[in-house]
Design a protein around this ligand. Structure first.
Ligand code: UD1
Ligand code: CA
Length: 526
């Protein structure tokens, strides 16, 4: 490729983009996870140019930093008050070496589907034919709005006539009126000989319907000077399609997505429903992975081989290991290990790291949580600011209470430890390796290896309560039929025993034996 390495690429991004009706500059609107200008820079950088310049003006204060963020090497060129694509390129040339020779490519910041491949083909065609200018053109059924490509009898490009000038010519009986019937349009993407470009631009004026300095005039000037100017016809019209409004933005976003989906299908990824699958440009997916309907793979997401993702899953910059299963999940900036399972209905917030064969199950939310190999958080849990070590099991309904209203604190659950269901771990707290938490505990103190921590009231069973307090109900009848213990004499019940579920002791009664003792705290889930 280096034999057709361009000397420079100039990307024009100074225009206003009024039809977007947006506070955000047009070229900063995204499709496929990159801004429009991000796509343009990406395609241009792929040609490995010696220099890459982006011409800015409108909302420069946001566009220029974004350009630098996308590509730190990109040169920023500021366009002045003089309007037009020709002036924009002139300003671009000002940040390049004054004695630059070779091929200069010009593209637009709002043409996101143009590929590196097309720019390379343009450069090769331009250099092999020894052209002064080569312009990418397309044949459109409806060429309305575009500059029309006027060719001579040899097929070379004679000049480009802007739509507005052709209309003005028709009204004044000028020669360029005929250009309105031409279906071959100027895409606005060109390869120029650097010298020809520099020299011609000094001769370009603003005597046209828009009072602008037209880049297209360079083609006519080069031809008039006897230099070869040719067209490079690209059949794929989407490659040169620009975004002017939000309808075009979504149309180009859809086409880009179709192309991305097809690219991964051809790489060996099963995508069940392309129409409901959205894959950003920077995502990577391994072979034999299955993407089920309703899935969005966004940002810098990477998915290994043989994984299953979806249905109805949104992953933003998530790393998914080989053979993992991620079902009905929302995740961002998380790592899911090989053969791990996530979902359904899981919410993985930034800093979640699930180890190999680990599990995050239904209605579980995690944040800044490292869940090591083989550890399981299967049901109805919030795990925030947690380390859950290898093989540990977190029972259903466990809450890692990480926030005291002022600060966030960390909880550690040791290797192969077991947290009983419906426990709350009040951070900071450290449960050692090989420890247990009894179900329903509120854990505020550290637990040592081999210990069980239980912090709930013991169960008391009060004989005859149903007979006394719920006489005549179907429950009382069922109790009697089941051989409930009868109480001979009416007892005085302490306040609080009217309602089930209260803890107050019943006076005059022996403390009933707890059904479960601290030696059998089961209540976690597998
Ligand atoms: C231009 C071409 C036209 C072509 C069409 C393809 C000229 C004179 N006309 O027309 O032949 O068919 O593109 O889309 O070149 N820009 C600047 N500075 C400016 C003006 C524009 O940076 O002063 C940038 C814009 O941000 C945009 C690009 O150049 O990215 C094209 O500008 P636009 O105004 O859309 O050009 P058109 O009039 O559509
Ligand atoms: Ca345009």
């Amino acid at each position: 490729m280096s034999e057709n390495r361009p000397a420079a690429v100039i990307i024009l991004a100074a225009g206003e983009g009024t039809r977007m009706k947006s506070k955000t500059p047009k070229v900063l609107h995204p499709i496929g996870g990159r801004t429009l200008v991000g796509h343009a820079i990406h395609a241009a950088r792929g040609t490995d140019p010696a220099h890459l310049a982006v011409v800015v003006r409108h909302q420069r204060e946001v566009v220029a930093p974004h350009v630098s963020e996308v590509d730190a090497e990109a040169l920023i060129a500021d366009q002045d008050e003089v309007k037009g694509t020709g002036r924009a390129v002139e300003c671009g040339l000002e940040v390049l070496p004054p004695d630059l020779t070779g091929t200069v490519l010009v593209t637009y910041g709002d043409v996101p589907l143009l590929t590196t491949q097309t720019l390379r083909a343009l450069t090769a065609a331009h250099e092999e034919a020894g052209n002064a200018v080569t312009v990418i053109t397309s044949i459109l059924d409806d060429p309305h709005g575009y500059g029309r490509v006027v060719r001579d009898q040899d097929g070379q490009v004679l000049k480009i006539v802007e739509q507005k000038d052709a209309i003005a010519a028709r009204e004044s009986g000028g020669a360029d009126a005929g250009a309105l019937d031409i279906k071959e349009i100027n895409s606005g993407i060109y390869a120029f000989d650097a010298q020809v470009l520099r020299d011609s631009l000094t001769q370009v004026g603003t005597d046209n319907a828009q009072g602008e300095k037209y880049l297209t005039d360079v083609l006519g000037l080069a031809r008039a000077a006897g230099r070869p100017v040719r067209a490079h016809v690209v059949d794929d019209r989407w490659q040169s399609e620009g975004v002017n409004d939000r309808v075009q933005l979504s149309n180009l976003g859809r086409i880009l997505n179709e192309r991305t989906v097809e690219r991964w299908q051809r790489e060996g990824v099963t995508i069940v429903d392309p129409a409901t699958t959205w894959i950003d440009s920077d995502v990577t997916i391994g072979q034999d992975t299955v993407i089920r309907p309703g899935t969005q793979l966004l940002g810098a997401t990477t998915i290994g081989e043989g994984a299953v993702v979806g249905p109805d899953t949104t992953l933003t910059s998530v790393q998914v290991g080989d053979g993992a299963s991620v079902v009905r999940t929302q995740a961002e900036l998380a790592v899911i290990g090989p053969e791990a399972t996530v979902g359904p209905f899981s919410y993985l917030r930034p800093g979640t790291e699930l180890g190999a064969k680990g599990k995050i199950g239904g209605f579980v939310e995690t944040k800044n949580a490292v869940i090591e190999d083989g550890a399981k958080v299967p049901h109805l849990t919030y795990a925030g600011d947690a380390t859950i070590k290898e093989g540990a099991n977190i029972g259903a309904g466990t809450i890692f209470a990480n926030y005291d209203g002022v600060n966030k604190h960390h909880t550690t659950i040791g290797r192969h430890s077991f947290v009983g269901s419906n426990s709350v771990l009040v951070a900071p707290v450290n449960v050692a390796d090989g420890a247990y938490i009894g179900a329903g505990s509120a854990v505020t103190n550290d637990v040592e290896p081999g210990q069980i921590a239980v912090s709930r009231a013991r169960q008391r069973n009060i004989d005859g309560w149903v007979e006394r307090k719920r006489a005549g109900t179907s429950t009382a009848a069922a109790a009697e039929a089941a051989g409930a213990q009868q109480t001979d004499a009416p007892q005085t019940d302490a306040p609080g025993t009217d309602a089930p579920g209260t803890d107050a002791p019943a006076s005059g009664q022996d403390q009933p034996a707890p059904r479960h003792t601290a030696s059998e705290p089961e209540g976690g889930q597998a």
